[in-house]
Design a protein around this ligand. Structure first.
Ligand code: NAD
Length: 352
């Protein structure tokens, strides 16, 4: 029998703890250490009966883990991952892959040279609902994709903004939340040719936008829109509709993505597939709807199981650093489009 992969966690906050919760149910892996400067992390390490370190470099040198999960603050992602890759240690890196094009270029360069496995944690791609959506779109279930309407509309409570960094530039809805939707739109609809965007912060008055409307033109010719606000009493978001994370009350009857094609339409997460019974039918005939939903499963656990196989060299990462860098480039294009008032093209990442 293959021994369990010895995995260390760097950054044991909200997301790191979620990874730990799911790691318990991954038979091919076991936690071997954690690193986090917060004193609370030492207590957590004691609960898990593993050593804890304030500095991740000390962990890497002392414990020599076989793989690492990096879930520390965004600004530390690239530097921490470079330290792991330099020692030949495979990494599951939380999103975003980095914060600036320069540091992401440095990471792509290092990974290309060192060839150490790296998976980026855009975990929603591992959700069976998304895997089935992609399969249906690729099989031509709705014919040629013509439009996609994505919704991310919910209410963050005032308490969310009590942490000062959440009110300041650099931590906004776009990089924290909409990056997930933009990543899924790329994953499901292909690369984006150009974007237009309006953003607004009038609801709360903080530095970051609280509302946005983004128009997308895909390389395929399909057109899309993403309408978003974190200050509205509305149920239309992946968080509330998918049931992926139990901390959000589930609104199972509401959609967050609507794909419309020449021969049908698909609502997500219901995976309700709309088609006419006969070819050539139109708006005077009824549309039939069939549900295509797969068996539910936990995306974060599936991502960890995939990571174990990636770290062992058995599978290519579902989300490579280069792929995640393209999602980050799309976020940057949306920011430029909102600032400039002109359409912007995502700039493909170049290894430094
Ligand atoms: N995939 C998702 O859906 C998702 C959701 C939330 C957060 N995230 C990502 O996870 C990461 C962490 O976010 P979070 O919500 O857990 O934040 P958090 O503030 O709860 O946790 C961050 C942790 O990192 C620790 N830390 C700070 N400096 C460190 C260092 N030098 N070395 C090691 N640890 C250090 C902090 O003490 C804290 O415990 C972010 O990159 C975020 O984008 C992803």
């Amino acid at each position: 029998m293959v021994a369990a992969l010895r995995i260390a966690l760097i950054g044991a906050g909200n997301m790191g703890r979620q990874h730990l919760h799911h790691l318990q149910h991954v038979s091919g892996a076991q936690l071997c250490a954690l690193a986090d400067p917060d004193p609370a992390a030492a207590e957590l390490a004691a609960q898990w009966a593993v050593p804890s370190f304030a500095d991740h470099r000390q962990l890497l040198e002392t414990v020599r883990p076989e793989a690492v999960i990096v879930a520390n603050p965004n600004a530390l992602h690239v530097a921490t991952t470079l330290d792991c890759l330099a020692l030949g240690i495979p990494v599951l890196l939380e999103k975003p892959v980095g914060t600036t094009p320069d540091e992401v270029a440095q990471l792509l360069h290092a990974q290309r040279n060192l060839r150490v496995p790296l998976l980026v944690g855009h975990h929603r791609r591992h959700n069976p609902l998304i895997a089935r959506t992609r399969e249906l779109l690729r099989q031509g279930a709705i014919g040629r994709l013509v439009t996609v309407t994505a919704l991310w509309q919910l209410q963050k409570p005032d308490s969310y903004f009590e942490s000062a960094w959440r009110r300041e530039a650099g931590a906004g809805m776009l990089l924290t939340n909409l990056i997930h939707d933009l990543d899924l739109l790329r994953h499901l609809c292909g690369e984006v040719r150009q974007v237009q965007a309006f953003t607004d912060n009038a609801l709360r008055g903080y530095a970051n936008a609280d509302s946005a409307v983004i128009n997308l033109q895909f390389d395929s010719g399909a057109l899309g829109s993403l309408t978003a606000s974190d200050g509205v009493a509305a149920p239309w978001s992946w968080e509330l509709t998918s049931g992926e994370n139990p901390v959000y009350p589930h609104q199972p009857d509401q959609p967050c993505y609507l794909f419309a094609g020449a021969e049908g339409a698909l609502s997500v997460p219901q995976l309700r597939l709309w088609r006419y019974a006969e070819r050539g039918a139109g708006w005077h005939q009824p549309l039939d709807a069939q549900v295509q939903a797969p068996t539910r499963d936990e995306a974060l656990r599936l991502q960890l199981e995939h990571f174990v196989r990636v770290a062992r060299g058995e599978e290519a990462p579902l989300v490579s650093a280069e792929d995640a860098a393209r999602t980050l480039a799309l976020v940057a294009a949306v920011e430029r489009a909102a600032e400039s008032g002109t359409a912007q093209r995502p700039q493909a990442p170049v290894p430094g």
